[in-house]
Design a protein around this ligand. Structure first.
Ligand code: FAD
Length: 533
């Protein structure tokens, strides 16, 4: 790594999939770029989340960069859903292949950014005391990068070990012979629980909300299948981009639930997708998240599956989700429900037994001590806004981002915010982001932002800023789209409901293809909705 200069065209914050591609793309377009990363290496999500069982739940042939044809031809994934170490190896390979490391400073957290109106530039400060100025500031800080760790009383008295899945020790953890409690049954809990159960002497799963899980059906990738994808990679990717979630283009979404009346036909459709495995289960009908009756069909099918897999019916009932199917992120599992048939695994429903805090030897649950050697928080993230709000960002007239977003995030296209010129967010709230295959959304945003920067340079504009009207209309649009769905019907992290005190606003925008069209239209019309200087 070269020492960062004191002034560059573009500063990128974060060196995950988004930051790395942003650095590469902007540098290739002739901008001077520097990237700051809080971690000790590249990878973002895949650098931090080293918990047992961590892997992607979008197939690797889709969950990978598309921008370089040679890269996607040469890289070989070993399994349908790659493990964290394999994804990290891929990201590290990309960083080396495109010579990105020389423009990244690691182990440094950006703490503040202030817009200097006279100079039309951002001044960025880091926790190492470095001050650097840039014309454009791109936040690639990640939607799921700010861990949500509940404050349980008396943690300081606990003699055992405490972990969070999103801050897993680099050297791993050996639970052999230990009594372990896992708190949380979202994606990270669902992925880690089967593996921890196999290692630990005893595992207690503390569940607040039961998750809908579909089997991954993970397997080594068949070389002839991989070749067939690689032979038509462009078309394969294009089909994905045309779907609402930018994934599973080879498994087209079905009709409405109501259109399939005979019970046995419905069952066949569900069963076929259940056997296929993965997130495409959700696309069995096209009104899963807009029609309550269709939604209930999904929910019933999964509940029946739980009942047939889990032998103890009282445990099975506790594992059956009560909320709307898919309004929380669907989990893709590798033997999650089966794990509850093990003798060394117990489930505690936190709705019936309150988690009161730590003791010296474990945790207090429902007024009883549960003795454990280790507690694993699989409690997710302060999603979408968490990492951004941790930075003190000051725009025009001393306006801060924290104040601007105090009632929930507002912006235009999920890309820019009124009052904060030349600042871009990658996969920000108000864009499809976490409702999609993130690699597709990330690449789309990076390319849109870089095209915008090049256009500003060619047209000699020093600044670009979202107009107040465009922002108001966009916020309204996002609300209207979300209101037409069932997403708001449960307390999910999409709504910020997992973080105490966080405003409840549905943050991502459902529907990738319409969104992409809108972004293209805005660019074509000389960045309609933006103010140019
Ligand atoms: P991140 O990978 O989160 O990177 C952001 C980086 O910014 C981090 O390294 C962080 O340290 C750094 N950073 C943040 N703030 C600062 C600061 N102030 N100063 C310096 N650095 C900072 N998505 C999918 O589409 N499919 C999947 O299968 C999938 N699986 C996932 C599994 C797990 C366990 C998790 C947690 C997420 C998963 N996701 C998945 C979502 C995943 O976050 C994205 O797919 C993608 O990796 C995000 O890349 P990113 O670069 O935008 O953000």
């Amino acid at each position: 790594m070269e020492a960062p200069r004191t002034s560059v065209d573009v500063i990128v914050v974060g060196a995950g999939f988004a930051g790395l591609y942003m650095l590469h793309r902007a540098r290739s377009a002739g901008f001077s770029v520097h990237c700051f990363e809080a971690g000790a290496g590249v990878g973002g999500t895949w650098f931090w989340n080293r918990y047992p069982g961590a892997r992607c739940d979008v197939p690797s042939l889709e969950y990978s960069y598309e921008f370089d044809a040679q890269l996607q031809q040469e890289w070989n994934w070993s399994e349908k859903y790659s493990t964290q170490p394999e994804i990290l190896r891929y990201i590290e390979h990309v960083a080396q292949r495109f010579d990105l490391l020389r423009d990244i400073t690691f182990n440094v957290r950006v703490t503040a950014a202030v817009f200097d109106e006279a100079m039309s530039r951002w001044t960025v400060t880091t926790n190492s005391g470095k001050v650097i100025s840039c014309q454009f500031l791109v936040m690639a800080t990640g939607c799921l990068s700010s861990p949500n760790i509940p404050k349980l009383p008396r943690e300081e008295v606990f003699n055992g070990k405490v972990y969070h899945t999103g801050q897993w020790p680099t050297d791993g953890v050996d639970f052999t012979g230990q009594r372990v409690a896992v708190i949380g049954t979202g994606s990270s809990g669902v992925q880690s629980i089967p593996i921890i159960a196999r290692q630990a002497q005893h595992l207690t799963v503390l569940q607040r909300t039961a998750a809908y899980c579909v089997p991954a059906r993970n397997a080594p990738l068949d070389t002839s299948y991989v070749q067939s994808v690689k032979d038509n990679y462009k078309e394969f990717r294009q089909k994905n981009r045309l779907t609402r979630a930018a994934l599973g283009g080879d498994t087209p979404t079905g009709t409405t639930g109501a259109a399939v009346t005979p019970e046995h036909e419905r069952r066949m459709i569900f069963e076929e997708r259940w056997q296929r495995g993965g997130l495409v289960f959700q696309g069995a009908f096209n009104d899963t998240l807009t029609n309550r009756e269709s939604n209930e069909l999904f929910a019933d099918f999964v509940r029946e599956k739980i009942s047939s897999i889990v032998k103890n019916q009282s445990t099975a009932r506790a594992l059956m989700p009560k909320n709307v199917f898919g309004c929380k992120r669907l989990c893709v599992d590798n033997g999650y429900y089966e794990t509850f048939n093990r003798e060394n695994v117990a489930l505690v429903d936190l709705n019936e037994h309150v988690l009161e805090g730590f003791t010296a030897n474990g945790v207090m649950v429902g007024s009883q001590e549960l003795p454990v050697d280790a507690v694993v928080f699989a409690t997710g993230f302060d999603a979408m806004t968490g990492a951004l709000n941790k930075i003190s960002i000051t725009g025009r007239n001393g306006q801060t981002l924290r104040e601007t977003w105090s009632a929930g995030p507002v912006n235009y296209l999920g890309l820019g915010i009124n009052g904060f010129p030349n600042l871009f967010t990658i996969t920000g709230p108000g864009s499809p982001s976490v409702l999609t295959n993130m690699l597709v959304s990330i690449q789309h945003h990076v390319e849109w932002i870089t095209d915008c920067l090049s256009w500003l340079r060619s047209n000699q504009h020093a600044t670009i800023e979202v107009s107040p009207t465009a922002q108001d209309q966009w916020v309204q649009h996002v609300n209207t789209v979300a209101d037409a769905t069932l997403y708001q019907s449960c307390s999910s992290w999409y709504l910020g409901a997992n973080v105490p005190g966080k405003p409840r606003v549905f943050m991502p925008l459902p529907g990738f293809p319409a969104y992409v069209q809108r972004c293209a239209d805005v660019a074509r019309e000389n960045y309609l909705g933006f103010l140019l200087d």
